[in-house]
Design a protein around this ligand. Structure first.
Ligand SMILES: Cc1cc2nc3c(=O)[nH]c(=O)nc-3n(C[C@H](O)[C@H](O)[C@H](O)COP(=O)(O)O)c2cc1C
Length: 273
């Protein structure tokens, strides 16, 4: 059963109706404590930080042990500035002491196969895009958990896909590689808070996908109130959560260029069939 610290974290995550039955453990408390960080101090990272994060990343499960991902550390301030401009001018891309770009990568497999005079056909199928993207995401999330264990903050940068071709060119990516997202890492300059999530009853199904529409509507209404209180406490004047979901998904305008990634992926010889 939850102890006081875990209960507090669960309340921050879910509000008063928290998952009271959750078990507690230091690693679980650590996971519950996650929050994205978008403002970084210039404090340098301890020696060995990058190697530690990559070791954690490489320890994640990987589909068929293909290890179909790579990561690029970008240090050059000019390159950081260009990438920040491509990703909706997010200042933390230039500010964070460490900026990593996680790649789905089948080019290494092709280089291995080429030594055996073999042309790989599977990487151009959509499933391989999923395999490489899932591998990269699992690796990156392990790095996030490791960074947070070292007292660091992180934020993913999906906006790196807004102009995918420009990022492919900037990073000189060969065919069969694409950038899934970026990740800023560093010491937080300001405190950020634990952002509430949907109630478990909305997210967790049992046996099959069953929805009680009235209950779902009521629980999402409760979550709207929790999310609104969170935004107010952060001094943000954001629309309600449902409105954000609709705005983000209703048409291409909120994709900010990502509606064109299919062509870039195809040019990279990915997702062709
Ligand atoms: C794949 C992915 C891409 C993201 N891209 C961005 C981004 O470009 N900029 C940003 O500020 N946050 C980005 N985020 C962070 C989310 O906004 C954040 O995780 C979400 O609002 C929940 O907040 P929390 O991480 O503080 O709990 C991204 C998160 C994920 C998982």
């Amino acid at each position: 059963m939850s102890n006081a610290a875990t209960t507090d974290l669960l309340q921050q995550r879910y509000g008063e109706q928290h998952a009271a039955n959750a078990l507690n453990n230091p690693v679980i408390d650590h996971l519950l404590n996650h929050r994205s960080v978008r403002s970084y101090s210039d404090r340098a990272l301890p020696d060995g930080t990058l190697e530690t994060l990559i070791a954690a990343a490489q320890s994640a499960a990987t589909s068929s042990n293909l290890q179909a991902w790579s990561v690029i550390e970008v240090r050059d301030p000019a390159r950081r500035a260009r990438l920040a401009r491509l990703a909706n001018n997010q200042r933390h891309i230039e500010q964070a002491p460490l900026f990593l770009i996680w790649l789905a990568d089948f080019s290494r497999a092709q280089r291995i196969a080429s030594q055996h005079y073999t042309e790989l056909r599977a990487p151009s199928y959509l499933d391989s895009l999923l395999v490489g993207s899932v591998d990269a995401a699992l690796a990156a999330q392990n790095a996030v958990v490791a960074a947070e264990a070292l007292g660091l903050g992180t934020v993913y940068i999906g906006a790196l896909r807004n102009d995918l071709q420009a990022v492919v060119d900037e990073l000189e990516l060969p065919p069969l590689v694409y950038p899934v997202f970026g990740l800023c890492v560093g010491y937080a300059a300001t405190d950020s808070a634990i952002k509430p999530r949907l109630p478990q009853a909305v997210t967790l199904h049992h046996e099959t996908y069953q929805v009680d529409a009235a209950q779902e509507q009521r629980l999402i209404g409760d979550y709207e109130a929790l999310a609104a209180a969170f935004s107010r406490a952060q001094g943000q004047n954001t629309p309600g959560w449902s409105e954000q979901v609709i705005n983000r998904l209703k048409d291409e305008s909120a994709l900010h260029g990502r509606e064109r990634i299919g062509k870039v992926l195809n040019d990279q010889q990915l997702a062709l069939r």
